[in-house]
Structure formats: C-alpha cells, structure tokens
Design a protein around this ligand. Structure first.
Ligand code: PLP
Ligand code: COI
Length: 340
C-alpha cells in the first residue's frame, strides 16, 4: 500500500481531509446498516437538534502502525462504551458498541494510505461523533440521528511535543456537580472556547479547571486529565465531574503492573499542587504532555522536573504506554485491537 506523500514528522494536530468516512442514520427507532462514503459534507435541516440545542457527542482514539507493520487501535471498546454513556446522558440512542468497533476498523482500512508509518511521530486520529439531525424547535431530544466517523493524520497536540508546558488555573468553571463533565459532549468544549482563547492570549497552553462547587479541588484541563508523581506514587484525580480518560485508566494499570508504582486515584486539592515532583496531561490527543508550571493567580507552582524535559517517572510512563501502543512492549490482554 502506497502511503500519502506527507511530511509526517511536521504534522500538528489538525484536520486533513482523507478519502473515506463512515455514516449510519437512526430513524423510526433503529440504526440503518451504515456505509462508507467519500462525501465529507453533512446535509441536515436548518432546524436540526444539533444546530439548535447542541445535541452532539463524540469520541477520539488513534490508529498506530506498529513495529512489525501491523495497524492497530488502542482499546476501542472503551471508546464505544463511553460514547454510549455520553449518548444516554443526552437522551440520544446509543450506537451499538460492537458496530462502533467494526466501523472504526472499516474507516481505518479504507484510509490505509493515511495511516502514518511506524516511527514517523504521527498517528491516525479517529473521530466518531453523532448528532440530532431532524428539526427540533421546542426543547426536546431529536428523533433522528447521524453517527459518523472520519480520520485525520496528526502530530503532537501541544506545540513542541514533549517539551513541558505552562498551564493556568482557569478563571471559568467547566463542569457543574451533577452536570455533564463526565461525558464527551460537544457542549463541554463549546463553553471552554472563551477560556482557552483567553488563556492562549496570556501565553498558557491549557486551562486547569478546579471543581465548580468549591474551587478548591483539581479537576482536569479542557482536553485531558492531569496526573502527578510524588516519590513512588502515581496520583490521579478521582472525581465524578471529569471525563474518565482511557489513557489515564490505562496509565494507572501500567504504573502499578509494569513500573511498580503505588497508584492513588483520589481527591487532589489545589493547595497540594506544590507537593508534587512531576505533572503531566494525559489523553488520546495529548498522549502524556509534561507540565512544568501551573500559574494560579499571582502564585506559580514550578515542578522540580523543570521546563526542559519530562520528569523521569513520567518519561517511563510515556515510554511504556507508547511502547505498548506501537507493539514494542507486550500489551495487557485485550488492549490492542488489530485492524490489519
Ligand atoms: N478529558 C477531556 C476533557 C478530554 O477531552 C479528553 C480527550 O479525550 C480526555 C480527558 C482524555 O481522554 P482519553 O484518554 O480517553 O482520550
Ligand atoms: C482527545 O484526546 O481525543 C480529545 O478529544 C481531546 C481534544 C482534541 C478535544
């Protein structure tokens, strides 16, 4: 298979139109059989539920070329079940989880020439999403939905790749108690746009949101969970109002079983940020991006790992996770879904 003529190593995290996408429609209470199409345009009513009341959910996962030349995905079953959870919270019909995984496979195979080669530094980002497509004017769920998946080759989410970033404690709130912070709904990202534009203008790479109720606890950033290292401990945030990151849950396993770290998933107070030795953001797009500094108003928390490179423990977590994804390190049962 001839690959696309792309400078893979120069890709950032952006959209590149690829050849094929998957589409399935929900109508009269059932999903149709779905198909691949070359048409990248979505045509829906001007009054579609998604356009009026933002009834949309999405997922993000990646396909990798492994050391032996196979093409694989990382734990797509967890994306399928999280998308079903997201859909239920927004009164949308869940797309069947086995069909989700099969559709991912179909789209990746149909765009094989766009899957970045092993060692190129790039990966194929897969974006499943669904939205209310029929007219809705009173506030209520749509009756018809479209589920789609497209793919796009990507490089690092944050400029500079593995260089530590500086983030700020957000001036805004992200997720209300009993709200939608734990699902992957477009609305959670729409409301973060003003905050991220302001943070970027101020020179920060991301916003770290505190809990909305008390603003005393660490939650997550706009597009990733946060992780910390203190001695032999791997500390992650346990909270019902953050997205249950598949990367973070995988890292908890890797930390304990592969690296012998003690794992603590718990409440993390803003006041203890200064106690940690290393910090990082983790997610499909971010992989693990080291955090060198957190700015909280006029206070700066500078991690001892510094601003030049990843701290040693986060580096080990990064190497092990990416080693598993790229086939260099044996994966736990069921983590690697072989596409080709
Ligand atoms: N938190 C938020 C708000 C996200 O958008 C993402 C990205 O998907 C994550 C965390 C990381 O989740 P995952 O590791 O499943 O990609
Ligand atoms: C991901 O990591 O997949 C995300 O969705 C984060 C961001 C691009 C929204």
């Amino acid at each position: 298979m001839e690959k696309q003529n792309i400078e893979w190593g120069k890709l950032g995290f952006g959209y590149v139109k690829t050849d094929m996408r998957y589409v399935s429609n929900f109508k009269d209470g059932a999903w149709d059989e779905g198909c691949l199409t070359g048409d990248d345009k979505v045509v829906i009513s001007e009054c579609a539920g998604v356009l009026q009341y933002s009834q949309s959910v999405f997922e993000g996962l990646k396909a990798y070329t492994t050391e032996d030349g196979s093409i694989v995905c990382f734990r797509p079953d967890l994306n399928a079940s999280r998308m079903a959870d997201s859909a239920r919270r927004l009164e949308m019909p869940a797309f069947p989880e086995d069909r989700f995984v099969d559709a991912v496979k179909q789209v990746v195979l149909a765009n094989e020439s766009w899957v970045p080669p092993y060692g190129s530094g790039a990966t194929l980002y897969i974006r499943p999403y669904m939205f209310g497509s029929n007219p809705v004017i009173g506030v209520k769920p749509a009756d018809e939905y479209q589920f789609r998946i497209f793919v796009t080759p990507v490089g690092p989410y944050f400029k500079g790749g593995a260089k530590p970033i500086t983030i700020k404690i957000a001036d805004y709130d992200r997720a209300a108690p009993r709200g939608t912070g734990h699902i992957k709904a477009g609305l959670n990202y729409a409301m973060s746009l003003h905050a991220i534009v302001e943070a970027h203008k101020q020179g920060f790479a991301e916003n770290l949101y505190p809990d909305s109720a008390t603003r005393t606890k660490v939650e997550e950033t706009g597009g990733a969970n946060i992780i910390f290292i203190k001695g032999n401990k791997f500390i992650t945030v346990g909270s019902p109002t953050i997205l249950p990151s598949i990367t973070r849950r995988s890292l908890e396993y890797v930390a304990e079983k592969y690296l012998g770290l003690e794992v603590e998933e718990r409440t993390v107070m803003l006041s203890e940020l200064g106690d940690f030795e290393e910090a990082g953001l983790c997610g499909t797009a971010a992989v693990i991006s080291p955090v060198g500094k957190i700015v909280d108003g006029d206070k700066e928390i500078c991690f001892p790992s510094g601003m030049e490179k990843m701290g040693p423990t986060i580096q080990k977590l990064y190497d092990t996770l990416t080693g598993i994804q790229m086939g260099r390190i044996e994966a736990p049962e069921g983590w690697i879904y072989k596409i080709k």
